[in-house]
Design a protein around this ligand. Structure first.
Ligand code: ADP
Ligand code: ZN
Length: 513
């Protein structure tokens, strides 16, 4: 976890990664089958850093090797590459850094690795891991067969102390069997990442008074084990106290507590039935409890990776379980501020900001949530029938007029006010700020009085999700128009929105105590 966070800047494993890495670190050889984009590289890069010594990565794709080396160096990892796409001088310089023990990870084309000289030289080095990317190239069944790959099995004999991992996105059984036979003599653990956890129902609800929503949800499931995640220690303590006052056996867990206190809370949760753990993300790694019936996110999680990992703690026994996330623009603003305030390079901030966008997109989607979640991890699927959207799909309508009213209010007030202020202007609510700023004199003031404020807020959120508006990372969370927002405002582009409704039926059902 420390390497994941510090070297790669990720806050959680993606589906499948943890099991693969675990197996390697416990000394087993692994065949990992994961879809493209699922995060296979991390499955050898992270263990390489944990194991120490030198890791070899064999790949047939020169461009990909170059990309990865550049990426690793950006993360401060000493990575080198030797292949025919580089000059002799470059290859020699790389080899020197490998030979001197400076390099942690060496990318090699297969024909470079499989020379007697190279193998003999490497045999004198502390090679801890051999990763074979695009391992399906070993299979004569596929169209990407490469003869050089057939010899790779011998690398293990030459470097007997190294663990080996082969990775591919090709999932069919004959290719898998071929890889196992040719690279591992049949002796490796195979992981095929199917990411779906169909027994967990997924729902996202607009956050309005999180304390009350959580209490109702938990009380309606009295006697069940559950986990409630909150973003801060303070909120964890408050929520746990409130649940206890309501007669629930609720415990708190966060990094601000004494280690002994934390350990005892964890033990109680594991041992006793019907305990509700209210926790920050500090809770959960390595917790193996099969009958957790629900995971509630009282605040928006850090990323879809973190979300997936955290809801995955529910329903391990395969029985129905629930995941509920409470979602509000406030939270997104807080998350943006977290990203902005951390002291990391611009490139990393940009990546994290994109990940946050993906999370907002997931929360605002008007199609199946599971499909959206799995698609994010590279897995194609059908609508699931077990998420709030599938069970009660919103009607998508043309919301251009509504969008234009909100966008014009944002523009007219200088693009620095947040959702609450813009909503007040739309419905014509004469708040102190509105009066102080004289915003009640704007021509559009109160033009949306025919809809309740909640609906305007929902439309604002969707405008953020579809990138017509962006939330300023500054302290005030002001909304600003993007290019897309400008186009909608000028009538060049139309805005589709989920038809607002007072309260989703499915949500009311879920919330019913
Ligand atoms: P693959 O080789 O499976 O196609 P990559 O290794 O290229 O996928 O990873 C795809 C993307 O996922 C990369 O941008 C990588 O940074 C990102 N990624 C990998 N692991 C994680 C993680 N645990 N959290 C967030 N992003 C991740
Ligand atoms: Zn669904």
């Amino acid at each position: 976890m420390r390497v994941l966070k510090q070297a790669f800047g990720f806050d959680a494993f993606r589906p499948g990664q943890e099991q693969v890495i675990d197996a390697l670190l416990s000394g087993r050889d692994v065949l990992a089958v994961m879809p493209t984009g699922a995060g296979k590289s991390l499955c050898y890069q992270a263990p390489a850093l944990v194991m120490g010594g030198l890791a070899l990565v064999v790949s047939p794709l020169i461009a990909l090797m170059e990309d990865q080396v550049a990426g690793l160096r950006l993360d401060g990892v000493a990575a080198e590459a030797i292949h025919s796409g580089r000059t002799r001088e470059q290859n020699v310089a790389s080899w020197r850094r490998v030979a001197s023990g400076e390099a942690r990870i060496l990318y090699l084309a297969p024909e470079r690795l499989m020379t007697e000289r190279m193998l003999a030289a490497l045999a004198r080095m502390p090679v801890s891991l051999i990763a074979i990317d695009e391992a399906h190239c070993v299979s004569q069944w596929g169209h990407s067969f490469r003869a050089e790959y057939l010899t790779l099995g011998r690398a293990r004999e030459a470097l007997p102390k190294a663990r080996m991992i082969a990775l591919t996105a090709t999932a069919d059984q004959s290719t898998r069997d071929d890889i196992l036979a040719k690279l591992f003599d049949g002796r490796a653990e195979a992981f095929v990442a199917g990411f779906d956890r169909p027994n967990i129902s997924i729902a996202v609800a607009e956050k309005r008074d999180a304390g009350t929503m959580i209490e109702r949800f938990v009380l309606a499931r009295k006697g069940m084990s559950g986990v409630v995640y909150r973003i801060s220690r303070k909120k964890v303590d408050e929520t746990a106290a409130r649940l206890r006052a309501a007669g629930v056996h609720a415990l708190a867990y966060h990094a601000g507590m004494e280690a002994a206190e934390r350990a005892s809370a964890q033990e109680t949760f594991l041992a006793e039935p019907g305990v509700v753990m209210v926790a920050t993300v500090a809770f959960g790694m390595g917790i193996d409890k099969s009958d957790v019936r629900y995971v509630v996110h009282g605040d928006v999680p850090g990323s879809l990776e973190a979300y997936y990992q955290e809801i995955g703690r529910a329903g391990r026994d395969g029985d129905p379980a629930e995941a509920l996330m409470l979602y509000g623009l406030e939270d997104i603003r807080t998350r943006r501020r977290f990203i902005d305030e951390q002291d990391s390079v611009a490139e990393r901030k940009r990546v994290e900001s994109r990940r946050l966008d993906a999370l907002v997109g997931f929360c605002e989607t008007s199609s199946c949530r599971r499909q959206a979640l799995l698609a994010y991890f590279g897995e194609a699927s059908r609508p699931c029938g077990n998420c709030d959207v599938c069970l009660d799909p919103p009607e998508v309508v043309d919301g251009t007029e509504e969008a234009r009213l909100l966008l014009s209010l944002v523009a007219a007030t200088g693009q620095r006010f947040g959702a609450a202020h813009i909503t007040a202007l739309a419905v014509g609510h004469l708040s102190d700020t509105v009066q102080a700023r004289g915003h009640d004199r704007l021509p559009a003031f109160g033009r949306g009085a025919d809809r309740p404020a909640a609906e305007w807020r929902a439309i604002l959120r969707q405008l953020v999700a579809c990138h017509a508006l962006e939330v300023d990372v500054g302290a005030y969370g002001g909304l600003a128009l993007t290019e897309k927002g400008e186009r909608i405002l000028t009538g060049e582009e139309r805005a589709l929105i989920a038809k607002p409704r007072p309260k989703r039926r499915a949500e009311r059902r879920r919330m019913a105590a």
